[in-house]
Design a protein around this ligand. Structure first.
Ligand code: KIV
Ligand code: ZN
Length: 511
């Protein structure tokens, strides 16, 4: 790291704001896996969740706080005592913790949502920061809907919360309304107008409703901001948040422009992106900057010729610097337990429980029998779904007949609590027939909300990862299946989703 640049703090909120994307909910174990990858990537702050939101969120923040040692772990809390106390409890065992407390400051939010007077909002913000300081000396305060707040009010509230002990001041563009020039200028004015602004780090948190989240964040950096809140793959509420990989690589690639540098180890970007995508079931679009499959693919002859003659004619970054090419052939059917476990360790995936590793190793062997080359992506997809809490429905057999001009037909055999059940169904396509056959046994009353297929690696023997999102009684679950046979992967994903619904039911009934 050179010395003449300021540090840009990378605050990742994939596990909190990212998880707020409809259908992107993650289990505690999945959150730990992602948090470990973020830690390896050297993310400064990991926002692990919103501790008061549910017992599951509390446990996830607590577990991430215990698992992660090198990054600071943060919990979100509204600016009210119970939220802050809960966040403090969840972070108790963290090596380094942060409480991130927020309240809305825009006229529209204060009047209609909070139904509070600005002076009461200011008082509550100060109280919240003081309460949070009783749990940790690292407190962040966010002015929700800050980009639509009155400047004079913002200056007063920021000065007051800094005096109360907030070390980071975040002014989010909560609704994605900001424009780069205007949003950057807002930070410049705030930093110049708040008398104690030198006592805090200013932070940006941008949503992507107008596709400007990264541009707005970078404009803020140009105007004095030294923390960016962002997510892997730009996951987040509605159109998402600023994408971590784009922020990090923009700052790194344009060192001639940006007066900052990050401590991120960018070679972990692509594997982390893959992991987040396989856990959430949100595919990465092929033309997505940095992590999309085509991000470094030159199709046009003129480009290929140029790149071969001199790489920098058309390439501004090297694919391997962001972790492409790390999916080299690593293992095969002759690889033993130690090699598989070691590769998982290198990928940041630890198995504390011997039974869990055994299950993965068996899946690995099955896959290696079908597919010669086992890539890192395959290893990630093998662990996707490993923590499925109950296997109420298990796939015993599947046969699908499909012929041009006839309706496809699926024959399925499911094992339910030790008993075999068979069914057959026709469908408009082979996947439709498979799902109908499953439903004729399961009769789940769930609604199919999303079906997506992704090839994990290249080639026709690639594993397909299928995500199936089901909704029942307002509960959304994502089932994931991976197999070299896309129909088997589809059936597995559907059953995984049914199992998640069933495990929710069991928990409710206390079984
Ligand atoms: O978008 C937003 O304003 C937020 C805050 C809670 C930081 O997510
Ligand atoms: Zn947000």
């Amino acid at each position: 790291m050179s010395t003449n640049k300021d540090k840009l703090v990378i605050f990742d909120t994939t596990l909190r704001d990212g998880e707020q994307s409809p259908g992107a909910s993650m289990t505690k174990d999945e959150k730990i896996r992602i948090a470990r990858m973020l830690e390896r990537m050297r993310v400064d702050v990991i926002e692990a969740g919103f501790a008061i939101a549910s017992p599951g969120d509390f446990e996830a923040v607590q577990a991430v706080a215990e698992a992660v040692k090198d990054s600071r772990v943060c919990s979100l809390a509204r600016a009210v005592g119970p939220d802050i106390i809960r966040a403090g409890e969840a972070l108790k065992n963290a090596n380094a913790s942060r409480i991130h407390t927020f309240i809305a400051t825009s006229p529209i939010h204060m009047k209609y949502k909070l139904q509070m007077e600005p002076e009461d909002v200011l008082r509550q913000a100060v109280e919240a920061v003081k309460t949070a300081r009783q749990f940790t000396d690292d407190v962040e305060f966010s002015l929700e809907d800050g980009s639509r707040s009155e400047p004079e009010f913002m200056y007063r509230i920021i000065e007051a919360v800094i005096n109360a002990g907030a070390g980071t001041i975040n002014i989010p563009d909560t609704v994605g309304y900001g424009e780069p020039g205007e949003y950057g200028a807002m930070f410049k004015r705030v930093i110049e107008s708040v008398p104690n602004s030198d006592k805090a780090i200013f932070s940006t948190h941008c949503h992507n409703d107008l596709g400007l989240a990264v541009a707005n964040s970078l404009s803020a950096v140009m105007n004095g901001v030294r923390q960016v809140e962002c997510t892997i793959n730009g996951l987040g509420e509605r159109a998402g948040n600023a994408s971590l990989e784009e922020i990090v690589m923009a700052v790194r690639t344009r060192q001639d422009l940006y007066p900052v540098e990050t401590q991120i180890d960018a070679t972990h970007i692509v594997p982390t992106s893959r992991m987040v995508s396989s856990i959430t079931g949100f595919p990465v679009q092929p033309n997505k900057a940095i992590v999309g499959a085509n991000a470094f693919a030159h199709e046009s002859g003129i480009h290929q010729d140029g790149v071969l003659k001199h790489r920098e004619t058309y390439e501004i970054m090297r694919a391997q610097d962001v972790g492409w090419g790390h999916n080299r052939l690593v293992l095969g059917k002759h690889s033993g337990r130690a090699a598989v476990r070691a590769r998982y360790e290198e990928l940041g995936i630890h198995f504390e429980d011997a039974g869990e590793f055994q299950l993965i190793f068996e899946r690995f062997k099955e896959l290696a029998d079908k597919k010669h080359e086992i890539f890192d992506e395959d290893l990630h997809s093998l662990v996707a779904g490993v923590e499925a809490p109950v296997e109420h429905f298990q796939l015993e057999d599947l046969e699908v007949r499909s012929k041009i001009g006839t309706l496809p037909q699926a024959h399925i055999r499911l094992l339910i609590e030790g008993e075999s059940h068979r069914a057959e169904a026709y469908g408009s396509g082979p996947v439709d027939a498979t799902f109908k056959a499953i439903e004729s046994i399961a009769d789940s009353k769930a609604e199919l909300k999303l079906y997506s297929v992704n090839a994990v690696t290249q080639g026709t023997d690639s594993q397909g990862t299928v995500t199936v999102r089901l909704e029942r009684d307002g509960r959304l679950v994502n089932g994931v299946g991976a197999d070299t046979d896309i129909l088997v992967a589809s059936a597995q994903a559907y059953l995984d989703a049914l199992n998640l619904l069933a495990s929710g039911e069991r928990k409710k009934k206390g079984v």
